[in-house]
Design a protein around this ligand. Structure first.
Ligand code: NDP
Length: 296
């Protein structure tokens, strides 16, 4: 058996097109332009690439992009002042502070200073609590992207056994909450889980968010399961490097019913969902109906 390859790149393009269409309508009918502010502190090359890509896709979707690049030695007070300014700016509907922050800055303090209604990353403690209690919230982009791919591929997720490997606040935990919200029976596995292969083999939906290259092998996968690989790992391949996921694609593709590739699976969904969240935030801020299919 060879699994269906879930094309996250194509799906993300569809989400972005849907966002752009809604943004154009907001402009024409209400004179509104959703705005996303991205704050980058320091010069981490990977973060710079990611922030550039966010800015480009924001503008392509017809939204306003505000980039704030601050030096690595920015003080907590300076960063908090900027967040306060963005909270008060009516042209800014979404605020994203790029993580990781330099170590002298308290990420929790900064993230929790963002207005929860503008917290398009969904990391503010209020949004975490709202998601955990099944209330309307801002949903973290990567797990939201995974949920969209799963719903598109499987339709209803109700009653399915889902195993999420990884319990980070950014991916694992919100992913598990979303799957629970869609009535899956959810197991969260982590580095202390006993007999991880056996736990994974129970999954109809297997989400790997670990950060360990090709850890999940084909014989950990239940035949016909849907496998979502969140991992992004760069490994050496001769004198070059190659991007691989947390799942050993070559062996898993022969067992799974469907699988996301790396690259081209979950990765492109993250920025698409960031744009979707910014649009949602703009609609909520203005008391307008939210776009359908772009939230949890
Ligand atoms: P974290 O390092 O924050 O969390 C990793 C999790 O994996 C932890 O809960 C850890 O368990 C668990 N883990 C580590 N080793 C093992 C093991 N041997 N067996 C079982 N569980 C293990 O990573 P993130 O959640 O931030 O990211 C996970 C992956 O997803 C990374 O590859 C990252 O690059 C990628 N990513 C991709 C995104 C995208 O846009 N596609 C966005 C965000 C992340 P414990 O808690 O016990 O230590």
């Amino acid at each position: 058996m060879t699994a269906t390859i879930i094309d996250g790149k194509a799906f993300a393009a569809m989400v972005r097109a849907q966002v752009a269409e809604h943004v154009a309508r907001l402009k024409a009918e209400h004179g509104l332009t959703p705005g996303l502010a991205v704050v980058l502190v320091g010069e981490d090359p990977a973060s710079e690439v990611y922030v550039r890509s966010k800015g480009k896709q924001t503008v392509e979707a017809g939204m306003a992009s505000f980039e704030h690049k601050l030096p690595a030695d920015t003080s907590e007070q300076e960063l908090l002042s900027l967040v306060e300014k963005l909270n008060a700016d009516p042209e800014v509907h979404g605020i994203l502070v790029q993580l990781p922050l330099p170590s002298h800055l308290n990420s929790d303090l900064i993230i929790n200073a963002i207005d929860p209604a503008k917290d398009v990353d969904g990391f503010h403690i209020s949004n975490v609590g709202l998601l955990g209690t099944g209330q309307k919230s801002m949903v973290p982009c990567t797990p939201l992207g995974c949920l969209m791919l799963l719903r598109d591929h499987l339709g209803s997720l109700s009653g399915l056994n889902a195993v999420v490997v990884g319990r980070s606040n950014i991916v694992g935990k919100p992913m598990a909450q979303l799957l629970l919200g869609d009535s899956c029976t959810v197991t969260i596995a982590h580095s202390r889980t006993k007999d991880l292969p056996e736990v994974c083999r129970r999954a109809d939906i297997l989400v790997a968010a670990v950060g360990r290259p090709e850890m999940v092998k084909g014989d950990w996968v239940k035949p016909g399961a849907t496998v979502i690989d969140v991992g992004i790992n760069r490994i050496a391949l001769g004198d070059k490097t190659k991007l691989v996921g947390d799942v050993d694609f070559a062996s898993a593709v022969t067992v799974a019913g469907a699988i996301t590739p790396v690259p081209g699976g979950v990765g492109p969904m993250t920025i698409a969902c960031l744009l979707a969240n910014t649009l949602t935030a703009c609609c909520r801020a203005n008391g307008l109906p939210e776009p359908t299919g772009l939230t949890a």
